[in-house]
Design a protein around this ligand. Structure first.
Ligand SMILES: [Mn+2]
Length: 366
């Protein structure tokens, strides 16, 4: 008999039903992209002939309705020879009486129970998946921390490929004790909830991250994991690969403004940088540095063709000190500027700038 091999896919935090960036022109498009990226990933799962699809919570943005489950079911039915095992997370939590209690999947799909751990043992794959669904929005106990592949009242399949499905990891969402999880006896721990991908232990304990970024704090690329477990004499050897899939990213773009810069030049500079990094991304633009007093920053032109979430202007007005000093000669402002002669350090320059601003504005008020 050849070595047993199990191929799996791990996704989480798909947030089906979310409408990202409400009020922005691209909001509805992003809602569609969340749906279509999920379908793309299912198509990949089919092509890659995976055996098990693991969904580590928050597949939906809110507790699913009957019709949402039916939609999902029809998508999963297209996957041949794939068993889908999911847990409900804090967004799509499974409260008592939830449609999940009544819905009967036509596809080979199980949503694990709430309250205590449930185990799905797949004899043909020699694989066992353990996990707990959320039944509410917040769970402050670390419900996964004491789990092992050996559950009271269940047959223990010691030599199976052991997978744990878990959602959370912050103070109000089932805090994770990484060390005890690592030594819990599971071969692979599929984590969800944190949208940024993070490998806690190589090929063993991984936050896959969300499929698409959901809001502007979700900067960076998003994707899914394809993994393979092979049974050897030393137990199951697991190999995983994270792959990018998201249509776009949220990018924080810092731009240095200089006193000689016009709005036209600033727009060109920002445009070039967005083109270089990818015009499909959604940008938060942070303006730094010093601008001339007369510069009127105007992004409305770029906003019609690029995805600009917001422009944060942190520039400070640059003063032409030479000119001011000539104009103000021996009055307070002129003497103030001269007092800083030869003091080029950042602290003095900052004090000079603030003082000049205060004195100039004081004059206007008089
Ligand atoms: Mn979550």
């Amino acid at each position: 008999m050849g070595a047993k091999k199990v191929k799996f896919m791990h996704i989480a935090d798909v947030h089906l039903g979310v409408v990202p960036d409400k009020g922005k022109p691209w909001s509805e498009q992003r809602a569609q992209e969340v749906q279509s990226t999920f379908q793309t990933v299912l198509d990949i799962a089919g092509r890659e002939r995976i055996d098990v699809l693991l969904i580590a919570g928050d597949l939906f943005h809110f507790p699913p309705t009957m019709s949402m489950l039916k939609e999902l079911d029809s998508q999963l039915e297209e996957l041949e020879n794939v068993t889908t095992i999911l847990i409900a997370g804090n967004h799509d939590y499974r409260a008592a009486g939830s449609p999940l209690d009544r819905y009967e999947f036509q596809s080979d799909t199980v949503c694990l129970q709430t309250g205590k751990a449930q185990q799905i043992a797949m004899e043909d794959l020699r694989t066992c998946v353990t996990g707990i669904s959320y039944d509410r929005q917040e769970i402050t106990e670390g419900i996964y921390n004491t789990l092992t592949p050996e559950l009271p009242g269940e047959t223990y399949h010691g030599d199976y490929f052991q997978i744990l499905l878990a959602h959370g990891g912050d103070a109000t969402h089932s805090p994770l004790n990484r060390n005890s999880l690592l030594h819990s006896g599971f071969d692979y721990i599929a984590l969800g909830h944190i949208h940024k991908p993070e490998v806690l232990s190589a090929d063993k304990m991984i936050y896959v991250g969300s499929l698409e970024p959901i809001d502007c704090t979700d900067t960076g690329a998003r994707g899914y994991i394809i993994g393979e477990a092979v049974e050897t004499e030393d137990g199951w050897q697991v190999q995983t690969q994270w792959r990018e899939i998201s249509c776009r990213q949220y990018v924080d773009l810092e731009v240095e403004v200089t006193p000689d810069m016009t709005n036209y030049q600033l727009q060109r500079l920002v445009q070039e940088q967005m083109d270089e990094m990818g015009a499909q991304h959604i940008y938060r633009i942070l303006l730094q540095g010093h601008r001339s007093a007369e510069l009127q920053v105007d992004f409305t032109g770029l906003m019609t063709t690029y995805y600009i979430y917001e422009v944060i202007d942190k520039t400070r007005e640059a003063y032409d000190l030479q000119q001011l000093q000539e104009e103000h000669g021996n009055n307070l402002l002129g003497r103030y500027i001269r007092a800083f002669d030869g003091q080029e350090d950042a602290l003095h320059q900052r004090a000079l700038e603030y003082g000049v601003k205060a004195l100039l504005h004081g004059q206007e008020d008089n």
